[in-house]
Design a protein around this ligand. Sequence first.
Ligand SMILES: *[C@@H]1O[C@H](CO)[C@@H](O)[C@H](O)[C@H]1NC(C)=O
Ligand SMILES: *[C@@H]1O[C@H](CO)[C@@H](O)[C@H](O)[C@H]1NC(C)=O
Ligand SMILES: *[C@@H]1O[C@H](CO)[C@@H](O)[C@H](O)[C@H]1NC(C)=O
Ligand SMILES: *[C@@H]1O[C@H](CO)[C@@H](O)[C@H](O)[C@H]1NC(C)=O
Ligand SMILES: *[C@@H]1O[C@H](CO)[C@@H](O)[C@H](O)[C@H]1NC(C)=O
Ligand SMILES: *[C@@H]1O[C@H](CO)[C@@H](O)[C@H](O)[C@H]1NC(C)=O
Ligand SMILES: *[C@@H]1O[C@H](CO)[C@@H](O)[C@H](O)[C@H]1NC(C)=O
Ligand SMILES: *[C@@H]1O[C@H](CO)[C@@H](O)[C@H](O)[C@H]1NC(C)=O
Length: 595
Amino acid sequence: MLAKVAFLVVLAGHRAAGEPTSTTTLTVTPATLTKSTQSITIRWSNLPSPSPLDYVAVYSPPTSSDLDYLGFLFLNASVSWATGAGSLRLPRLPDLRAPYQFRLFRWPPGELSKNPRVDQDGDPLPDATHRAAVSGNVSYEGAGARPTQLHLAFADEVNQMRVLFVCGDDGRRSVRYGLAGRSEEEWKEVPAEARTYEQGQMCGYPANDSVGWRHPGFVFDGVMKGLNPGRNYSYKVGSDSGALGARPAFISHIGDISYARGNSWLWDNFFEQIEPIASNTPYHVCIGNHEYDWPLQPWKPSWAANIYNGKDGGGECGVPYSIKFRMPGNSSFPTGTGAPDTQNLYYSFDVGVVHFVYMSTETDFSHGSDQYKFIKDDLEHVNHSRTPFIVFQGHRPMYTSSNEVKDTAHREQMIQHLEPLFVKHNVTLALWGHIHRYERFCPMKNYQCLNTSSSFVYPGAPAHIVVGMAGQDYQPSWEPRHDHPDVPIFPQPERSMYRVGEFGYTKLVATRNKMTLMYIGDHDGQVHDMVEIFSQVHNNGAPDKLAGEMPQNTSLYILIAGSVMLALLLGFVAGFVVRRKRDSTRWTSVNNEES
Ligand SMILES: *[C@@H]1O[C@H](CO)[C@@H](O)[C@H](O)[C@H]1NC(C)=O
Ligand SMILES: *[C@@H]1O[C@H](CO)[C@@H](O)[C@H](O)[C@H]1NC(C)=O
Ligand SMILES: *[C@@H]1O[C@H](CO)[C@@H](O)[C@H](O)[C@H]1NC(C)=O
Ligand SMILES: *[C@@H]1O[C@H](CO)[C@@H](O)[C@H](O)[C@H]1NC(C)=O
Ligand SMILES: *[C@@H]1O[C@H](CO)[C@@H](O)[C@H](O)[C@H]1NC(C)=O
Ligand SMILES: *[C@@H]1O[C@H](CO)[C@@H](O)[C@H](O)[C@H]1NC(C)=O
Ligand SMILES: *[C@@H]1O[C@H](CO)[C@@H](O)[C@H](O)[C@H]1NC(C)=O
Ligand SMILES: *[C@@H]1O[C@H](CO)[C@@H](O)[C@H](O)[C@H]1NC(C)=O
């Protein structure tokens, strides 16, 4: 026993020099990845004195230092680990436009990690000291030249559609598009503009550090113009193609988008995950604290000193969010650092019978601010006969019965500054994220419930719905009782009509007379809650008839049978991750838990 321990210590001392043993081998296949690669297989052999903590760490690019791994997996996930040989499968990794490399490390029993970084449970991450073997490069076909991460967004005009994609170089790229079914010779071509950002523009750790920073590549942006309503289109960038046609009208993801939080490659992973949907369906976003929040953020009124001073954005200070997406309008807010202005803050568009407005709850929304002026002016100019419904969206909620006391003053400010505009201009529905729950409130003004039915004629104030239930598995509990703060009973206030802490998404369908919102649980695909709001104006008992009444100048190619669908997708993405995890070995990607 003693002799064995001594042997291990010697071995550890030997390997600490970072010198691979001559005997241990690590091979990873396939060496070339394509989009259709299902999984990656890692094989090792001749590992002396195996320990259940031995692990393989994942790197990209191969020049990364040992501590800058993207994630790792313990070898004991293989049944044969104790023999010093085995194999493991990983799900396909995203195309980071640079090769991957894998390195096998020993973690002798009883040795404590000297890595100051911790995982989601607060346990120290491996310290990458005893390297035993290094794999060959694993590279994507095309070496970054191939367009990836296609996603669509509405542009400023109704007959336009924007497509964004990422390449590893900023060479000339274009978008070709035309009516579906027509010969490609008849298609039009528009150039795509490239944008990127640099490590020096990040505002903090880990985004600005070798741990989190990876070059984001170049984000290309092309606008397809002159699209005819009611027609199906196809488009191509490089050899990748998409279609605009009979799908949900668009997807809305209201903040806390990839949770990369400064770990750049998680953005690439996210965009690859949504691509099958977002290359066919416009994907609309607003900014959340996890894209933005950093200690020097420029708008920090005294009442927000406790919430706008964190590190929720992992040092990104809104830069990846501003460059990787391009939403309509020109809203921007200076970062106050060398970083580019924050963009995609507030904007609006009409889809069918609904006017959609997006706001930023992270930058100035108070009276007199540019954002306030935009919202006021936008709501004043809604043509209520064309779009009888208004859906307003932002990240931090105006109302919640969750015990998120940190944000109490923020909610009060939102109510004070914005709610009068909602009431005055007949906003139908206000959708919020941030709180990882689903909670539907009655239509309200200043906490006062105007109707407690789940099917009502618009009563003059919006129903508020928190739809953050697809977020990370972190939930503040419901509000404790005022009279018994010590008792773990959290009664549902009368204004809260339905609340639940399960993963899910919502779907919105609107006809000229009626808007319906459904909450669908991820676990069973069933509708668990629903609200119907009838418009005041055109509701003289007329049946719900649509197509004929649709205004001709809206972009009908995004409507389904004359109605509008909006799926809040977060839950969809979470479901996808879960499915992928089941297919192959679980591995730990380096990311920070909610704090
Ligand atoms: C592998 O070892 C770790 C650390 O000892 C342990 O937590 C984990 O459960 C083991 N996994 C398997 C599959 O045995
Ligand atoms: C692995 O990739 C790196 C970075 O791209 C490159 O410098 C190196 O030459 C590659 N190694 C091999 C064996 O191809
Ligand atoms: C990252 O930002 C933090 C906070 O501003 C700073 O302390 C640190 O030195 C920066 N790191 C690098 C590598 O620039
Ligand atoms: C568009 O495509 C969808 C499905 O591919 C089809 O159902 C629909 O009829 C098409 N519309 C037109 C106008 O061609
Ligand atoms: C945004 O700015 C561009 C260029 O200045 C301009 O062409 C465009 O019309 C503006 N869009 C909006 C919605 O103001
Ligand atoms: C409002 O929309 C209706 C229906 O599309 C249209 O007839 C009317 O001209 C619009 N009003 C204004 C002020 O644009
Ligand atoms: C809002 O609805 C009320 C009826 O409840 C109506 O009198 C008012 O004109 C509407 N306001 C707008 C801006 O449409
Ligand atoms: C709520 O709305 C329903 C349907 O519009 C209506 O019948 C009912 O009277 C309303 N209740 C209140 C309290 O206004």
